[in-house]
Write a protein that binds this ligand. Structure first.
Ligand SMILES: *Cc1c(COP(=O)(O)O)cnc(C)c1O
Length: 377
């Protein structure tokens, strides 16, 4: 059997990782400014994370969600404290798409409605409702096109208000910093206005924090920069530092009923152990603060670089989620960054370089990145 080829690959096999660095099978070292797609939060192979998972494997790898799981309870309590939503409740799944799928489903159960509003350029995952709420027709199969979703421009409050006034919208789902969409930031005015309009129309406000959340923006959640409280928050990517896990964080206003949601693997013992170890390290090493500090420094230096380099149109972002928009395609430059400079980065569209390094990145590594970037522009 061969692999079904859906990923355009760099011809490199990564076999080892440590902190913000990875190594290929030939032993060559790379600076990881991609974090395996914003997944590596505390750094590769952190010793505390490794030993916590090793220990849990010797105790219990898996049991079903039909028995008490204290690790899930611990995670709910720790996460509630870490993010400031102690009165919310937690439902654990396996991935980002699944978190959004369940969030949208909950909104529909809660309101009895079917319509969803999402932002232009949004990405919310690849399962049925999540992909329908993703603004990319290329990945929406005919069977996913259920006609539930209306896309409106991010930050166009009056467009959202007009739709919400119709009183038939179950949920609005937003990334406060769009990832795939090219690092585009929602404004405080927009999010606060959206909150008021959702309250007025009885609509559930969902913040998809799968990429921009979990410390990456320099606050625990990106929406916390904007002074707004969503009804549901979804997380995945950084929560398990690579161990598959997704989270739906649900306001007290929702009424749970047995059997309404469920999953076989979600919140299993290994996944919860990984997530608890991630929170330990985030707290001990003050990684949210580090994301704010190093991210702010990186953003300033890159904006200064943009002022000197005509090829750079704009640098935008928050914390360790930064987009560098170029005037033309970046495919070859990104290839030179990997092969010549040994730096992994992400991309959005054809012309935006997307930086998503682990949250433990240092100032020296930020400087190193800029030097290597300069040499390929
Ligand atoms: C990655 C991502 C998802 C989907 O997560 P998966 O774990 O790939 O299903 C959803 N929303 C956002 C904003 C993402 O970045």
């Amino acid at each position: 059997m061969e692999l079904y080829p859906v990923y355009p690959l760099f011809d490199i096999e990564i076999t080892k990782g440590q902190g913000c660095h990875v190594w290929d099978s030939a032993g060559q070292e790379y600076l990881d400014f991609y974090g395996g797609h914003a997944v590596i939060s505390i750094g590769h192979c952190h010793p505390h994370y490794v030993s916590a998972l090793q220990h849990q494997l010797t105790q219990l790898g898996f049991y079903s969600n039909s028995v008490v799981n204290r690790l899930q309870e611990q995670l709910a309590e720790r996460l509630g404290r870490a993010c400031g939503y102690e009165d919310y409740r937690l439902f654990l799944v396996n991935s980002g798409a699944e978190a959004n799928e369940n969030a949208l489903k909950l909104a529909s159960f809660h309101t009895g409605r079917k319509r969803i509003l999402a932002a232009s350029k949004a990405f919310h995952g690849r399962t049925s409702l999540a992909v329908e709420a993703t603004d990319n027709p290329r990945i929406v199969a005919p069977v996913n096109d259920g006609g539930h979703v209306t896309f409106l421009p991010l930050n166009d409050l009056s467009a959202f208000e007009t739709e919400l006034e119709k009183g038939d919208v179950a949920a609005v789902i937003v990334e406060c910093i769009q990832g795939v969409g090219g690092i585009r930031l929602a404004t405080a005015e927009f999010m606060q206005g959206l909150r008021r309009a959702c309250d007025k129309s009885g609509t559930v406000l969902i913040c998809d924090e799968i990429q921009c959340g979990y410390g990456r923006s320099g606050r625990f959640f990106a929406h916390q920069h904007l002074d707004v409280r969503p009804d549901i928050i979804t997380c995945a990517k950084g929560i398990g530092n690579g161990f598959p896990l997704g989270a739906v964080i649900i306001s007290p206003a929702f009424e749970a009923s047995y059997g309404q949601l469920g999953t076989t693997f979600g919140g299993n013992h290994l996944a919860c152990t990984a997530a608890l170890a991630v929170l330990d390290v985030m707290e001990q090493e003050k990684l949210v603060e580090n994301a704010a500090e190093v991210g702010g420094y990186l953003l300033n230096r890159l904006q200064a670089l943009a002022a000197e380099v005509p090829a750079i149109v704009e640098v935008r972002g928050q914390g360790l989620m930064i987009g560098i928009e170029f005037a033309g395609p970046i495919k070859e430059m990104r290839q030179r960054l990997v092969n010549g400079q040994h730096v992994f980065t992400g991309a959005a569209s054809t012309n935006i370089l997307r930086l998503l390094p682990p949250l433990c990145i240092t100032m020296a590594e930020a400087d190193e990145f800029i030097e290597r970037l300069k040499s390929v522009i």
